[in-house]
Design a protein around this ligand. Sequence first.
Ligand code: SF4
Length: 246
Amino acid sequence: MNARENFESLLSGLSNAETVAPSSIGGQFYCEKKVDLEREHGEVETLEKQRGTETHEKAAEDAVEVEMDEVWDAIERGERQILLETMFVGEAADFTIVGKPDSIVFDDGEPQLIFDRKTTSIPGNLFKNQRIQVWLYGYMLDSLEFDTDNLQIAILSHEQSLDPEVGKQLQDVIIQSYSGYSTGKTELSKEPEAYIYLFDYDPTDHLEDLDWALEYWRGDREAVPTKKAAKCRSCPLSTKCPDSLA
Ligand code: SF4
């Protein structure tokens, strides 16, 4: 089967599949107990989440909605396609991974860039949970049997106070001209802080992390709480958490 057939086959089996989102797997590397409590109690709306939703809505305001069939036809013709907030599926061991990267750029029939945007109070650091989430989007594309040899990952990380219009412009510039940036970390704005992190996708980068994360989803072990009290102090679920260090 080719990538399109693999995608359609996974999509048609979705209702019977064990599904996991890349954001949840990434979240396990922040605090797995928090992921566990969110499954039980639902996610709590926070200012950070609200700002994240607003920036995504702003970024997608010029997007044109098209049928996935049209997208696949264009990808197969080798046309450049910039997908925004488009649901993708993939496989990891016995799980179906379902996620919506902020953007994927296709050219010559293959994925060239995965772009994701993080609204955070510490944009000067790229944390493991953030990196694993975005790596998983690449892993999904790999599992569909796309050629990912030229795939790069770009993460735009900025403070919540960045003007949404400026954020959208930065996002557009990165997606259109990512090859103009060096790999690694590049400062885009000092105040408020904004950085781009650009790196080559490597399918082997987080395999051990993924194995560890899936143990939890299989029910092989209890959720592991963070050891960092600072995370508990800002955790919206700390009052419900028996392991809170706050
Ligand atoms: S209170 Fe701490 S241990 Fe509990 S879920 Fe929140 S961050 Fe994790």
